[in-house]
Write a protein that binds this ligand. Structure first.
Ligand code: ADP
Ligand code: MG
Length: 660
């Protein structure tokens, strides 16, 4: 009846929905739990409803109260004889109830900085963590220490998660781990708020900042929901935050001017950094050569694409126990590779950036990058996985001017034209519509639509994505979007500058990048700037045999034969000349640029958005195939009759232009 009344214009829908939500929350609050708290943290088996419900079960948990002495807790509960550098100061601040932003490198021992204060303060510590694997790992560790730690995430059966909620409400948990998106589930923050939390920890806190390298829109929920969970102190932890990101974390979490900042220890004394300019196709061979000596293993090799990861893993597997790891593999396989690597059953993992968060293996001797990372922050985080045991280790970065072009290309793909966002924004209104309707209404290509909608959401131009119905947001999204795009470009430029720079000690450049004010400012004495020509640069590539990896696909081989580009223009192809700017894998960057320029002109001429002329996906596919005839163009994926008719001749001309 109310809905019908609203349809007649009597009353507003959002108000009604809010009333329903309030009603449900209040009822949920009154219903006694049907499940009993489980007896111990190491027996997560849920009890069936009715099997001995007892809401008054006493628990051993201390209520928030006067804190316990930190040093004895450190020894008795965690079994550590002493604090590591900076841990004590951070623990004292958090225990006293201060909000803390802690930036320390991976492996420095950040977790203790919320776990110890959490125990000392009593009550449950809520831990926000972005990855299931990370949660599982931390929970297992805490449970093995006899602490009552649990987690709720999408990978667990519903009943088990419900039991965790019951245990939480009964005060039977020292630590509760959840993913940030859980806070968007209606009623969940309210459930958490039914007890005063002892402490709130936010792991990988850089994910909240769009200026960081790993922004996750779900983290934005934190800022909105935290007030409900206060007054518990917030401890935000991250390994990679530039001063800009640090300020943003504090602002997004609403910590204000009172937060204590602990920014420490970026210098790694046992890590020798080296960069090596090398065309892509020579890299796998060099990697194999470098890893041929046993003291350089175990190793993580970071590859720019899944395909490269698999190809290089295959190559390395000839000499080593090596496997690929990337987001395209099944969770079971990924799990196995990670476990095998941790247990020493693998020497090398060739991985995309999907690998590493939460990988805690102390004896990694080499981290090798097969291509330029997208930012100094990701680079630092990735090399930080080497040498956690303090023994000499090396990070090798292979790069080339062509890498930059590949990145620029992906950037274009991931940050759609403002015109696309503009279109979505224009089609939105106060009346909610579904994403599907919006897409049909605006006729934006599926791939572009998802990216554009996400960006619009991040910058406030659309509301209500989580609830599934979209309404128009604020108009001030354009500037921040443009700023974010510009920042990505800048990050890339800084990374490229780091790689090719040859004057400043590499470790010192990193330390300065992160603004570690306590650093000594000394040069490291072991990087390739401090000790020129130290290792890889002087090491010869092994004779032959590696051609298998970079063997061109049939199509490319044919294209190479047909165009004969390099063989005609100057004898045998000496790939050492940096002038060969074509990445081995993927389309020609030059042709992509040409096609984009043409598309821009065409879209201006026709007054339509660029993607209406040619989608990014089709553009890449065409650049990759370089069709020489209209019929070859028709074969390219994503090219339909319409495109062929309007632009076929032009595209073929562009693709064949400049060929000899
Ligand atoms: P981060 O989160 O900073 O990457 P972790 O908190 O995972 O690092 O800690 C890395 C390792 O250091 C863990 O194995 C942890 O048990 C160990 N560790 C932490 N603090 C201490 C300490 N005070 N003494 C000894 N080992 C510690
Ligand atoms: Mg950590």
């Amino acid at each position: 009846a109310r809905l019908q009344a609203i349809a007649r214009g009597q009353g507003a829908l959002p108000t009604f929905l809010r009333q329903i939500e309030d009603y449900v929350s209040s009822v949920v609050g009154r219903v006694p739990p049907v499940l009993a708290p489980s007896s111990s943290p190491s027996s997560p088996t849920p009890r069936m409803p009715g099997s001995g419900a007892n809401t008054d079960q006493p628990t051993a948990q201390r209520a928030p109260g006067p804190p316990l002495p930190l040093e004895s807790l450190l020894r008795e509960r965690f079994g550590f004889p002493a604090f590591r550098a900076h841990q004590q100061a951070v623990c004292e601040a958090a225990t006293a109830g201060d909000d803390v932003l802690l930036v320390m490198p991976t492996g420095a021992g950040k977790s203790l900085c919320y776990q110890l204060p959490g125990l000392a303060r009593g009550g449950t510590t809520l831990v926000i963590s972005p990855l299931i694997a990370l949660m599982e790992d931390q929970v297992a560790r805490l449970q093995s220490l006899g602490l009552r730690a649990e987690r709720i995430h999408s990978g667990r059966p519903r009943l088990e998660s419900r039991q965790v909620c019951v245990d939480y409400v009964a005060g039977a948990l020292d630590f509760l781990f959840v993913a940030p998106e859980r806070l968007g589930v209606s009623g969940f923050p309210e459930l958490l708020a039914r007890r005063p939390l002892g402490l709130i920890a936010i792991d990988e806190a850089h994910c909240i900042s769009q200026w960081g390298h790993d922004f996750r829109p779900d983290y934005r929920l934190l800022g909105q929901r935290l007030p409900l969970l206060r007054p518990a102190p917030v401890v935000a932890l991250t390994a990679t935050a530039t001063p800009l990101v640090q300020r943003d974390i504090v602002a997004q979490l609403g910590l204000g001017g009172k937060a204590r900042l602990f920014i420490h220890g970026f210098r790694r004394h046992n890590l020798a950094l080296e960069t090596l300019e090398l065309p892509p196709k020579e890299r796998p061979g060099r990697a194999l050569a470098w890893l041929s000596s046993a003291e350089r293993l175990p190793a993580i090799v970071y590859a720019p694409t899944r395909k490269t990861a698999e190809g290089v893993a295959q190559l390395l597997a000839k000499k080593h126990r090596a496997e690929a790891y990337h987001a395209g593999l099944s969770p079971e396989l990924r799990d196995r590779v990670q476990t095998d690597f941790l247990a020493g059953r693998l020497d090398v993992v060739v991985a995309t950036v999907a690998f590493g968060m939460g990988v805690d293996k102390a004896d990694i001797r080499t981290v090798l990058h097969l291509a330029l990372p997208s930012s100094v922050e990701s680079y630092y985080q990735e090399i930080g996985r080497a040498g956690r045991d303090g023994k000499p280790s090396r990070a090798v970065l292979m790069h080339h001017a062509a890498d930059r072009k590949t990145h620029d290309f992906f950037l274009e793909r991931d940050y759609p034209d403002v015109a696309v966002l503009e279109k979505l924004f224009a089609a939105l209104a106060a009346k909610p519509i579904s994403p599907d309707t919006l897409r049909k209404k605006t006729r934006v290509a599926k791939a572009d639509f998802a990216k554009a909608l996400e960006k619009l959401w991040i910058h406030g131009g659309v509301q209500g994505v989580i609830e599934g119905e979209l309404t128009r947001g604020q108009g001030a999204w354009r500037e921040p979007y443009a700023a974010q795009r510009a920042l990505r470009l800048e990050q890339l430029a800084l990374m490229a500058k780091f790689a090719s720079g040859a004057r400043t000690c590499r470790m010192l450049s990193l330390v300065e990048h992160f603004g570690d004010s306590e650093d000594s400012g000394a040069v490291c004495g072991q990087c390739d700037v401090c000790v020129p020509g130290s290792s890889l640069k002087t090491q010869a590539a092994p004779p032959g045999g590696f051609a298998t990896f970079s063997a061109p696909t049939k199509r490319r081989a044919k294209r190479a034969r047909k165009s004969g580009s390099s063989s005609k223009s100057g004898g045998r192809r000496k790939s050492r000349t940096p002038a060969v700017a074509l990445p081995v894998a993927g389309p020609s960057a030059a042709l992509v640029a040409t096609l984009r320029a043409w598309r821009l002109l065409e879209s201006k001429k026709k007054r339509v958005p660029a993607f209406r002329v040619l989608t990014n996906r089709a553009l890449v596919a065409i650049a990759d195939a370089r069709p020489a005839t209209p019929s070859a163009l028709r074969e390219v994926k994503g090219v339909g009759p319409k495109l062929l008719k309007s632009y076929g001749a032009q595209l073929v001309a562009l693709c064949t232009r400049g060929r000899s």
